[in-house]
Design a binder for this molecule. Structure first.
Ligand SMILES: [Zn+2]
Length: 131
């Protein structure tokens, strides 16, 4: 049987909504609608880097096919091979989740919130060039 949400879990969900909204609301200030990576055509603006630079995705910038992503954050092991653009989305997800997870949030709820946040951010556009 699933236990009802605790007040801490409701707070975590509300903070995750705000965290995602904050990311979405700052994109138009950084990049025009419909911006694409000038090298590969990726459309998700999260890996595009700084405002005012050319729209170049992180993978094209670093010219690597994989990086080591820490599953606990702060570059600590365990780390897993990850596409550089996915890495940017996962880092942003971890940044949001550090703000939303508070004591009293069950691990399964935290996992579901984290998955939701990651999907919202990944859904902002493509992260890999079309083959
Ligand atoms: Zn690119």
């Amino acid at each position: 049987m699933i236990e009802p949400a605790t007040p801490e879990e409701i707070l975590a969900v509300n903070r995750s909504l705000l965290g995602v909204e904050r990311v979405i609301s700052r994109i138009p200030k950084a990049w025009p609608k419909g911006v694409v990576c000038i090298d590969c055509g990726v459309t998700n603006p999260i890996p595009f880097g700084r405002v005012g630079s050319r729209p170049l995705c992180y993978r094209c910038k670093v010219q690597r096919i994989a990086e080591q992503h820490s599953l606990i954050g702060e570059h600590q092991p365990p780390r897993v091979p990850t596409d550089p653009n996915d890495h940017k989305v996962l880092d942003e997800t971890q940044r949001i989740m550090r703000l939303v997870i508070v004591p009293g949030v069950r691990p399964e709820v935290a996992a579901n919130v984290s998955a939701w946040v990651a999907l919202q951010l990944a859904g902002l556009g493509t992260l890999r060039a079309v083959a």
